[in-house]
Design a binder for this molecule. Structure first.
Ligand SMILES: NC(=O)c1ccc[n+]([C@@H]2O[C@H](COP(=O)([O-])OP(=O)(O)OC[C@H]3O[C@@H](n4cnc5c(N)ncnc54)[C@H](O)[C@@H]3O)[C@@H](O)[C@H]2O)c1
Length: 341
């Protein structure tokens, strides 16, 4: 299946590469759908596998499914039979499937550990030598060290990771991703396939659900909330538009030197505090309610920003979507589509 005869046009700034056959595990979710669209636009073939526990079979997915280069498979990736039913011979595999989000982690940490771990381990049993696998990890793996004041910000990949309390539900997600990172790096070496770990930092954009801060604020602004609650107004974040995150993923997958590495993915150009983000959302929404600063959600770090030195050195990546533009397009999407609560 590794048909390398067709050539794609390539994206601005990216060399054109042979048409690849890509498997997107958890591909009906937020990052997966944006990645799938971009791969198809670049002339590649895409198979999405998802159990639709969080990803939606909506008109965005339907539009993608109509493309002849796209196949969508419904399946549970905690079941090894789902992998066994897939054909072999992929050029690129992306493991995006996971149970994510603070609400899920607080309500059912056992499910977070089970799903995130089994989806990863069954993939590792199934992947074939010569294939190349991207494992989606998170800045949460080192957040415990930032919270404890032993890890600096902006943060590079080589800092020690720290779980402050193994029994606290909110660390279940970080623990599952840490195990995944180690499992992919060691198993790839042992079994002769290529892997790389991308740690995402506050990726945002259209169709990302309603739990993350930018869509959540957008939906409240659209509902006319007044006073407008701003939890953690003095916390700092560096938000990365999903188009930039996808660009970084594709560049890493095309970079042989990235093999076996852990790489931070984000946008280090425009750190903002949450109070200023709220003002930006309200300005874009064209409303001016009273602002009511409330305490930050428990366990969220006061500052998060990636050091992107490794990503830049490996790929030449530069974040391209300014925060105001990204928030504006995200807000417009939520105004048009809404999101069921
Ligand atoms: N969005 C971010 O800012 C961010 C930050 C850090 C890490 N990540 C990681 O990136 C990946 C993608 O994140 P996202 O924001 O697109 O999340 P998402 O929830 O939108 O996508 C995950 C997808 O996995 C699917 N899934 C879950 N369990 C499954 C199972 N058992 N079988 C098949 N499919 C299953 C869900 O239905 C969903 O479509 C995740 O692994 C996440 O941990 C994202």
């Amino acid at each position: 299946m590794n048909e390398r005869t067709e050539r794609s046009e390539g994206h601005e700034g990216m060399p054109s590469q042979p048409s690849v056959k890509a498997l997107l595990l958890g591909g009906a979710g937020f990052i997966g759908l944006h990645l799938a669209r971009r791969l198809v636009a670049d002339g590649h073939r895409v198979t999405i596998v998802d159990d639709f526990s969080r990803g939606r079979d909506d008109r965005d997915l339907a539009a993608l499914r109509d493309h002849p280069a796209v196949e969508v498979v419904s399946g549970d990736l905690t079941d090894p039979a789902t992998y066994a039913a897939l054909p072999p011979g992929w050029d690129q595999i992306y493991l995006l499937a996971a149970v994510v989000g603070v609400r899920n982690v607080e309500q059912d940490p056992a499910r977070v550990v089970r799903v995130n771990t089994l989806a990863a381990l069954h993939l590792l049993d199934w992947v074939a030598p010569g294939e190349r696998v991207f494992f989606a990890s998170t800045s949460e793996v080192y957040a415990g060290g930032v919270e404890a004041g032993v890890v600096g910000v902006p943060t590079a990949e080589d800092v020690p990771v720290m779980i402050s309390d193994i029994t606290a539900p909110r660390f279940a997600y970080a623990v599952s991703k840490l195990l995944g990172e180690a499992a992919f790096v060691h198993t790839a070496r042992a079994r002769g396939f290529d892997t790389l770990v991308g740690r995402f930092h506050n990726v945002y954009g259209p169709r990302m659900g309603a739990d993350h801060v930018i869509p959540e604020m957008s939906l409240r602004a659209l509902r006319g909330e007044d006073p407008f609650r701003v939890p953690g107004a003095d916390q700092y974040r560096a938000f990365c538009h999903v188009d930039d995150a996808v660009e970084a993923m594709l560049r890493l997958m095309a970079a042989p030197a990235a093999t076996g590495q852990i790489v931070h993915i984000g946008n280090d150009r425009e750190e903002t505090n949450i109070g200023d983000l709220a003002k930006l959302v309200l300005r874009i929404a064209g409303v001016s309610p009273a602002i009511e600063a409330t305490p930050a959600p428990p366990g969220s770090v006061t500052r998060r920003c990636p050091d992107l030195g490794r990503l830049r050195e490996l790929t030449g990546y530069q974040p391209a979507v300014p925060l105001e533009e990204g928030v504006r397009t995200t807000f417009s999407w939520y105004r048009e589509h809404g999101w069921p609560s």
